[in-house]
Design a protein around this ligand. Structure first.
Ligand SMILES: *[C@@H]1O[C@H](CO)[C@@H](O)[C@H](O)[C@H]1NC(C)=O
Ligand SMILES: *[C@@H]1O[C@H](CO)[C@@H](O)[C@H](O)[C@H]1NC(C)=O
Ligand SMILES: *[C@@H]1O[C@H](CO)[C@@H](O)[C@H](O)[C@H]1NC(C)=O
Length: 411
């Protein structure tokens, strides 16, 4: 049985015992909504943005270690078309996701669109291994050496390469950085291992920041994490290097199971809730096929294992290869901790009370470690969970408006 089977079985068991099988009744014109939802579930970021009347550009970035990444840019808004003096913002997505996460909830809800209308030149990154960045100059994604990276390499190679590209392309000396979840992890990696990048970012907004994860509350992750070492061995044996590529869950979940009229729709909602915290109020179930059409979007197994190691050690350290390779790689038997005191960029942390992955306790811990944190903000909604930062019905009112207000002080 693969790890995915195990996860599915646990999810299913918890689902059938949870007793929440309600389906929301709908009165609207289901068929045109249906077509629109199914189309948005399958369009790529570029086509999706264009569909809703916004300009979009695709840019290609090469990293030092020769991965080929795709950047998406919304250079100006649909209504605010002024192109002069637009401050530059860079958005970095979370684990198993892509640039689509900033636009897929629609033009009045997606942070990508909202920032473009607020006057920003919006650049959206894609980390190696996801749907848009599955390329390397000489290694094919079907080869296991393509997948020999965790979020360390995303922070050390990808983010710096993308930032340098954007600065060169726009001619500005520095930009603002907004990231969700793993996008924040990669930022801590970059600014602690390459401190010169601190000055290239004027301010950073961390949505659901992730570094210390010892207090994760997700029952699913707590059940699996202690087996990180065995999982790594099993996955090495069966040669699973990629974790949940796009297309995997879409087939089963995105297309049919999660639709409005499907009795199984609450299964889809429950998978998300189980991972990230329960908040039925802020989840628009109609949009589930779109969400699951774009996520999961591929990651390396090492990314998962690296997070599992952090959970078990309660530290924020480099990848643990085992003592022998550690000694060769780091010159010591245990992986070194990231030096968070090297971070000097002004940081704003945004957290939710009901976030089971980026818990308030872990965010507090991070706050004590990073000296340049200027503000820590709680989202004013008691049930706000991890994915709500991206998908909540009221994300704009609850968090984006505040972020834009803070950002305007750094223009
Ligand atoms: C439109 O964009 C410009 C920047 O090009 C910005 O100064 C202005 O505030 C924006 N307008 C609105 C209504 O947000
Ligand atoms: C949920 O999404 C659908 C489809 O985009 C939309 O028509 C509806 O207004 C949304 N509901 C809420 C409460 O935002
Ligand atoms: C961590 O970074 C700070 C600031 O750059 C530096 O003073 C300190 O020596 C570093 N610590 C380690 C263990 O490298």
């Amino acid at each position: 049985m693969s790890n995915i089977d195990i996860v599915l079985r646990i999810v299913f068991l918890l689902y059938v015992t949870s007793g929440d099988h309600s389906v929301i009744a709908k009165e609207e014109d289901v068929s045109s909504l249906y077509n629109n939802i199914m189309e948005d579930a399958s369009l790529d970021t570029f086509t999706l943005v264009r569909k809703y009347g916004y300009p979009c550009e695709i840019h290609r970035v090469y990293t030092e270690d020769k991965y080929v990444l795709e950047l998406h840019r919304i250079p100006y808004g649909k209504h605010n078309t002024s192109r002069e003096h637009r401050p530059v913002v860079f958005l970095q997505h979370g684990l198993l996701s892509t640039s689509a996460e900033w636009v897929l909830m629609g033009t009045d809800k997606g942070l990508g669109y909202i920032l473009a209308e607020a006057g920003y030149d919006v650049w959206m990154g894609n980390a190696r291994g996801n749907t848009y960045s599955r390329r390397h100059i000489s290694i094919k994604p079907s080869s296991s050496s393509f997948w020999k990276f965790s979020w360390h390499e995303i922070g050390y190679y990808d983010i710096p390469a993308m930032i340098d590209y954007v600065l060169k392309e726009t001619g500005v000396p520095s930009l603002q950085y907004v990231a969700f979840s793993q996008g924040t992890t990669a930022f801590w990696v970059m600014t602690s291992t390459r401190p010169e990048y601190n000055d290239k970012v004027r301010a950073m907004q961390a949505l659901a920041p992730v570094a210390y994860v010892g207090n994760i509350r997700s029952p699913l992750i707590r059940a699996i994490a202690p087996f990180t070492n065995s999982l790594e061995k099993i996955m090495r044996l069966i040669g699973t290097n990629e974790f949940m590529a796009n297309g995997w869950i879409n087939e089963i979940a995105g297309q049919k199971l999660c639709l409005e009229e499907a009795v199984t729709q609450s299964l889809c909602a429950n998978i998300l809730f189980l991972l990230c915290g329960y908040n039925a109020q802020q989840l628009n179930r109609t949009m589930l096929p779109v969400v699951l059409g774009h996520t999961p979007a591929g990651a390396s197994t090492r990314q998962m294992i690296h997070f599992g190691q952090l959970y078990n050690s309660k530290k924020f350290t480099r990848f643990n290869h085992g003592w022998f390779v550690n000694k060769r790689t780091y010159g010591r038997f245990t992986p070194p901790a990231y030096n968070l005191s090297a971070i000097t960029t002004p940081i704003f942390l945004h957290y939710g009370d009901n976030d089971w992955l980026s818990t308030p306790d872990d965010v507090n811990y991070l706050l004590r470690e990073i000296k340049s944190v200027i503000g820590k903000f709680r989202v004013p909604h008691p049930k706000f969970n991890h994915l709500d930062f991206i998908f909540a019905i009221d994300a704009k009112q609850l968090i984006y408006d505040r972020i834009i207000k803070i950002m305007s002080r750094f223009i």
